[in-house]
Design a binder for this molecule. Structure first.
Ligand SMILES: C[S@@+](CC[C@H](N)C(=O)[O-])C[C@H]1O[C@@H](n2cnc3c(N)ncnc32)[C@H](O)[C@@H]1O
Length: 277
């Protein structure tokens, strides 16, 4: 029987080899064969703007003086966000399940003259061993990744990321929470869950309807808040991003309690939550 993780990695690998920028941002202008210099520039610039935006919200809403030292970008792809993180942190570590994505990310770091970034290949679970030499992680980040991981596996990885975040650390993660469409879309998604082969076809598909409908895994916002609270996160800013047709993503900016687990428990596991308009 084909395993979902191996099957997904194989699909990401194929895309990483043939059409890496489009695999990350599926807009026609980023297709390998007709990629212009201007489009490539827009691709990399989108990462700069994203990272700048995330840090601005964290500074504006959670921690005015936040200067991340060691950033961990889960599902770093070709380094669209890891490069801007490396420009702003002492160390920036990317993790990706696709060895070719990780390799391309390292090449991009080198091209940008950044020696403080690294992209490591990760498996079904995150191995903390190779991360230890970088020192405590004070910023975890992930965008456009969990939506491609079935929620049980994704939540287990999210727990690991939250465990890796040092007390007092900050984070940003994006999850897809509701897909557009009604019963037919849901039926297609159930098929994807049941069939890794259909899943692979969906990932490869150039048909937007199929890709959008079949490929995205949904997460429940209350589950996400529960996982954050269960890992010492005491301050959260939640942003809802409409993705059209009634669908939406949740973007979570958060701060982890600065003391020990025992101190967090003694303080009554406080949690402050704000929803950004
Ligand atoms: C759409 S791309 C986004 C890349 C990057 N986050 C960005 O925004 O530029 C998704 C990335 O997640 C990676 N990925 C998918 N499943 C993963 C998993 N279980 N563990 C780590 N990386 C994964 C893929 O290989 C791919 O590079």
């Amino acid at each position: 029987m084909v395993n979902l993780f191996d099957n997904d990695v194989e699909s990401w690998e194929r895309l990483a080899r043939t059409d890496p920028l489009w695999a990350v941002l599926s807009s026609d202008e980023f297709h390998g064969e007709d990629l212009s210099e201007a489009a490539a520039e827009r691709f990399w610039e989108s990462g700069e703007q994203h990272v700048e935006h995330v840090l601005a919200i964290i500074r504006g809403e959670l921690d005015p003086g936040f200067e991340p030292q060691v950033a961990l970008d889960f599902g770093c792809g070709v380094g669209r966000n890891l490069v801007p993180l490396a420009r702003r942190c002492r160390s920036a570590i990317g993790l990706d399940a696709s060895p070719t994505m990780a390799k391309r990310c390292e090449e991009r770091l080198a091209e940008c003259g950044l020696e403080n970034g690294a992209a490591l290949v990760t498996g079904r679970r995150i191995d903390p061993g190779p991360l230890a030499p970088f020192g405590p992680v004070d910023f975890v980040h992930s965008v456009l990744v969990f939506q491609h991981i079935a929620s049980d596996a994704g939540l287990a990885l999210f727990d690991q990321l939250l465990d890796l975040l040092a007390p007092g650390g900050r984070g940003f993660v994006q999850f897809h929470c509701k897909s557009p469409g009604g019963a037919p879309a849901r039926a297609l998604k159930a098929l994807r869950l049941a069939s890794p082969r259909l899943n692979a076809l969906a990932i490869k598909s150039r048909i937007p309807a199929l890709r959008d409908v079949v490929m995205l895994y949904e997460y429940d916002v209350l589950d996400l808040l529960g996982h954050l609270g269960g890992h010492g996160v005491d301050d959260i800013v939640l942003e809802r991003i409409d993705t059209g047709g009634g669908g939406y993503d949740a973007r979570l900016y958060f701060a982890k309690f600065a003391g020990t687990d025992e101190e967090f428990a003694r303080a009554g596991r406080p949690m402050k939550l704000r929803v950004r308009p």
